[in-house]
Design a protein around this ligand. Structure first.
Ligand code: PEP
Ligand code: CO
Length: 448
């Protein structure tokens, strides 16, 4: 079995690695990797183990995973307000799922390193000119010129430092009082406050405030980390294997290897080949790993993938992030869940209702319809209930900004309005209001 074979953080190099940029200057690329391998880890093994414990709870239905953030983070938007606004929405959703849904929430951002994108083709046509595809800010610039699209290894180093800056402000916000539960009101976004779901959130926030006040009144200490801090983890698609290898370190207390670029890494739909370099690399690190699974999977292949990535069947180690789309979820998820259940695999089942529901609108912009997103989540819950497995989490592309990228939702964004504030670097995201609305709907599913 491949899991018995020797592994090192370099062994992936003997396997085919899809979706890697063609770095034109190989020497500059090697120098960038050498620089990265000397820099401090972004996260620590102890934190990663803590996340794994929380995910093990999610696999048993004792907690619920909420993973979300940009499709692609942008270097130029690594600012305190952008990070804070996204964190605020995630904290609000956590309150909704936790208070109304009754489950502890495992909070994982697509943040602090979500800088590399897989593409369906190496080149794309822009205004009649063939250019190398944009592969994320860690590789090249989205600007449509041949120079900007040239992969630049210095971007790997810059990406590390910006991930570090993001991580730092996230730690400050979550540990330094901003995420304290008695601040629940302050997380409500100005532009969401007066919407129906903003109002529902206000009501819930008032109840939580009263509960905390009551604890104080009866003499309970409310100055405890459970109330004053939030545990928050980072994740990104682990695409660029040179970068991931450079940040992979041996934990001094256990001797185990951890990819310290983020707490959780996921393998994308395009790079999850059992005999491929990505799977080879991730079978050896001890981080929790996600794998995206779309309609074009083969069940036996998925089984091999699971045995390779999690040979000990450790709970919390592996999250399957299914992304079928509303049209294909029933026919695709049911047999998959049934056969993996028979094998007794310990898994967190998470639903990505974004990537199977993307289409191009009449205006020419890539979008997703809120109703399809919601319906895929509902179908996900129903299939798991029916099969006796646990719907363990959700995976969203979302932002704290007031964007118009996905149609529908409470404010019913129309096709022709998409152009008003369409700001994404890659795929269309839910805005803060749409995200809250989904959280209320999921809370109801969690309660039932
Ligand atoms: C993504 O999460 O942005 C992505 C590319 O997803 P997938 O691998 O599922 O297509
Ligand atoms: Co995406």
């Amino acid at each position: 079995m491949s899991s018995q074979k020797p592994w090192s953080k370099e062994s992936w190099r003997n396997f085919p690695a899809l979706q890697q940029p063609n770095w034109p200057d190989q020497q500059a690329y090697q120098e960038a990797l050498a620089t990265l391998s000397q820099l401090p880890p972004l996260v620590f093994a102890g934190e990663i183990r803590d996340l794994k414990k929380q995910l093990a709870m999610a696999s048993r239905g004792e907690a619920f995973l909420l993973q979300g953030g940009d499709c692609a983070e942008s270097f130029s938007l690594c600012t305190a307000p952008v990070v804070r606004e996204l964190l605020k929405v995630i904290l609000q959703m956590t309150v909704i799922l936790g208070y109304a849904g009754g489950k502890p929430v495992v909070k994982v951002g697509r943040m602090a390193g979500q800088y590399a994108k897989p593409r369906s083709a190496d080149t794309e046509m822009v205004n009649g000119v063939e250019l190398p595809s944009y592969r994320g800010d860690m590789v090249n610039s989205s600007e449509p010129t041949p120079e900007a699209r040239r992969p630049d290894p210095q971007r790997l180093v810059k990406g590390y430092f910006l991930a570090c800056a993001t991580m730092n402000i996230l730690r400050a916000f979550t540990r330094g009082g901003y995420a304290a539960l008695d601040r629940v009101h302050a997380w409500n976004n100005e532009f969401v406050k007066n919407s129906p779901h903003g109002q529902m959130y206000e009501k819930l926030a008032r109840q939580i405030e009263q509960a905390i006040n009551f604890m104080r009144v009866v003499g309970l200490d409310t100055n405890i980390p459970q109330l004053t801090q939030a545990s928050f983890f980072t994740s990104h698609e682990a695409l660029l294997l040179g970068y991931e290898e450079s940040l992979t370190r041996q934990d001094s207390t256990t001797g185990d290897w951890y990819d310290c670029s983020a707490h959780m890494l996921w393998i994308g739909e395009r790079t999850r080949q059992v005999e491929g370099a990505h799977v080879e690399f991730f079978r050896g690190v001890h981080n929790p790993i996600g794998v995206k699974i779309g309609p074009n999977h083969d069940i036996d292949n998925v089984k091999r993938l699971i045995s390779t990535l999690n040979p000990e069947n450790e709970p919390g180690k592996l999250t399957l992030i299914t992304r079928f789309g509303i049209k294909k979820i029933a026919e695709g998820l049911t047999p998959l869940v049934r056969s993996l259940k028979e094998e007794g695999f310990n898994l967190v089942w998470s639903c990505d209702p974004m990537h199977g529901n993307t289409y191009t609108s009449a205006s020419g912009l890539k979008t997703r319809n809120f109703i399809n997103i919601l319906e895929e989540i509902r179908a996900f819950f129903e299939i798991h209930w029916q099969e006796g497995t646990v719907p363990g989490g959700v995976h969203f592309e979302m932002t704290g900004a007031d964007v118009t990228e996905c149609v529908g939702g409470g404010r019913d964004i129309l096709d022709q309005q998409l152009g008003q504030r369409y700001m994404t670097m890659c795929d269309p995201r839910l805005n803060a209001e749409q995200s809250l609305e989904l959280a209320f709907q999921i809370a109801e599913l969690l309660r039932s």
